[in-house]
Ligand binder design. Structure first.
Ligand SMILES: [Zn+2]
Length: 189
């Protein structure tokens, strides 16, 4: 079985994982325009804030304008956004909303999760290769780190929605049991 996934721009490469041959190729991601997830406590859309330190260097963090909760302070603005999105202060977007991994093709968060684990392995392998290769640029490694963070965010969403699904299935089963018991009780009378 061959699956395709678009991660970022580059030459298509085939990776194998067990019997599953996966083609992973790449698409440019605009890291300067990443969506910031809503604040979990007040559902406000937070904003990216910049601060200038004493040595004139700049740092970035995400801040909720309503409840003033802040995310991790980072050197890069995109990293501040991804760290916020991954934090408990952020709502968990549905796994099919992770546009870059095309997860809307998967029927369940468990299937999407399995696929993302392959993608993560590929990204980690690429990053390890890039670290060994003196010719690979800093920008490339930074981007790979960014994709890994995005991949982690998507994995967290899959895990979250698998639990939600499991809970709703259990609830349904309990409800069905209750109905059955009630029916048996009324039959007995
Ligand atoms: Zn808030």
């Amino acid at each position: 079985m061959t699956k395709r996934i678009v991660v970022f721009k580059g030459k298509p490469k085939t990776y194998s994982s067990g019997d599953d041959k996966s083609i992973v190729y790449y698409e440019a991601v605009n890291f300067s325009n990443l969506p910031i997830n809503e604040c979990v406590s007040c559902r406000t859309r937070p904003r990216l804030s910049k601060m200038v330190r004493n040595d004139n260097s700049t740092r970035w963090f995400v801040e909720c304008p309503a409840c003033k909760v802040t995310g991790v302070v980072c050197k890069q603005p995109w990293k501040a956004v991804l760290m916020w999105n991954k934090s408990p202060n952020s709502v968990v977007p549905h796994y099919t909303d992770f546009w870059m991994f095309h997860l809307d093709k998967f029927k369940s968060p468990t299937d999407a999760h399995a696929w993302l684990c392959i993608v993560k392995q590929v990204l980690e392998r690429r990053l390890a290769d890039a670290r060994k290769d003196s010719k690979s640029g800093k920008g490339y490694k930074k981007r790979l780190n960014g994709y890994l963070l995005l991949c982690d965010n998507a994995i967290a969403s899959c895990k979250f929605y698998s639990k939600v699904l499991a809970v709703s299935t259990n609830n349904k089963t309990n409800r069905e049991k209750e109905i059955q018991q009630n029916e048996q009780r009324s039959e007995g009378t």
